[in-house]
Design a protein around this ligand. Structure first.
Ligand code: XMP
Length: 323
């Protein structure tokens, strides 16, 4: 019979059998799947696991700290954090095209992660043979079911390693659906904020700034986004909405008035949606009260934002994200 306790026990045994006395690496994204996969593997093999978190500087407020502090506190996992904010921002400088941004962020991410893998290999030796991935059942079905290996090339960046390194994949969530993964995460004692986290795109806030991505704009968007999330949580709406992208229209300015003066600031877009699977979505009919609070707080508290607008487009024709 299916219980989270059984799933955890079964997976822990399987992971121990697969990994043996070798070592494993797990990339953490801040999302549910990688956190639960890592926590399961940590429970099974303890310090034989090293987690890697690439801080690309495009996360929302508090999310990096959540991984660095709360995840580590809950699991006791060994964590290597790579601060790559400058590298990502440099690579994104001058780029406004959404697909170009995605390409750059994806490319830099792989490079930074592979470099971290090589450093761990160099520190821990050739016993590092496994890579943990948070693949879920729907991903398995979609990709045709095979399990596999992952290759990286060492590019001679660090000495003493073979040119080609192969990792066996450990995928402890392969039989689970998303809601089951959340239950397993809860069973493993992960914080609520991680276990119940709504979907967030890999390229992060990089694709929620319409226009060029800069540190100042990211900080501004982080503040606005934190307010929206806080108010949605306070109103008890987290479970009703699928996700709520908060978007900065960095290349748009409009006239406003605040205090004794005219302002010429940016609009923030709220994009709350309801959905089952993100393939289609409808705009969420949020209470006016909540929308009013979010709007008032963002325009009062976030400098350079003088307007908050609500996206009332379904998907299709609109996508959930603006980029
Ligand atoms: P769209 O905007 O296509 O989004 O309606 C559907 C779902 O996918 C997420 N999304 C992404 N996730 N990398 C990701 O990991 C991406 O480049 C990306 N683009 C969109 C989006 O947040 C929504 O949940």
């Amino acid at each position: 019979n299916w219980t989270t306790t059984n799933v955890v026990e079964e997976q822990v045994a399987l992971i121990r059998e697969q990994v043996g006395d070798k070592r494993a690496i797990c990339g953490l994204s801040g999302g549910v799947d990688s956190a639960v996969a890592a926590a399961l593997v940590q429970k099974a093999i303890g310090s034989q696991l090293t987690c890697v978190y690439v801080d690309h500087g495009l996360m929302r407020k508090g999310e990096t700290e959540q991984v660095e502090k709360d995840f580590v506190a809950a699991t006791g996992a060994k964590l290597k954090v790579v601060d790559a904010e400058k590298r990502f921002l440099d690579a994104l400088a001058g780029v406004s095209d959404p697909e170009e941004k995605r390409k750059i962020i994806g490319r830099e991410f792989i490079r930074v992660f592979e470099q971290a893998q090589l450093e761990i290999l160099q520190e821990e030796g050739p016993e590092v043979a496994f890579l943990v991935q948070g693949t879920l059942y729907p991903d398995v079905v979609e990709s045709g079911g095979g399990t596999g290996t992952a290759n990286i090339k060492s590019h001679h960046n660090v000495g003493g390693l073979p040119d080609d390194i192969e990792f066996q994949l450990v995928e402890p969530l392969r039989q689970l659906f998303k809601d089951e993964v959340r239950m397993v995460g809860q069973e493993l004692g992960l914080p609520e904020e991680i276990v119940q986290r709504q979907p967030f795109p890999g390229p992060g806030l990089g694709i929620r700034i319409v226009g060029e991505v800069t540190k100042d704009r990211l900080d501004l968007l982080r503040d606005a986004d934190a307010i929206a999330r806080e108010e949605l949580t306070a109103a008890g709406l987290d479970r009703d909405i699928w996700q709520c992208p908060v978007v900065l229209l960095a290349d748009v300015r409009s006239v406003g008035v605040q205090g004794d003066g005219r302002t010429y600031g940016h609009p923030i877009v709220l994009r709350p949606v309801s959905s089952e699977d993100a393939m289609t979505a409808d705009w969420s009919r949020l209470p006016y009260e909540t929308l009013a609070k979010i709007s008032t707080r963002i325009t009062n508290e976030v400098a350079d934002v003088n307007r908050v607008v609500l996206d009332v487009t379904s998907k299709p024709p609109g996508t959930i994200e603006w980029e």
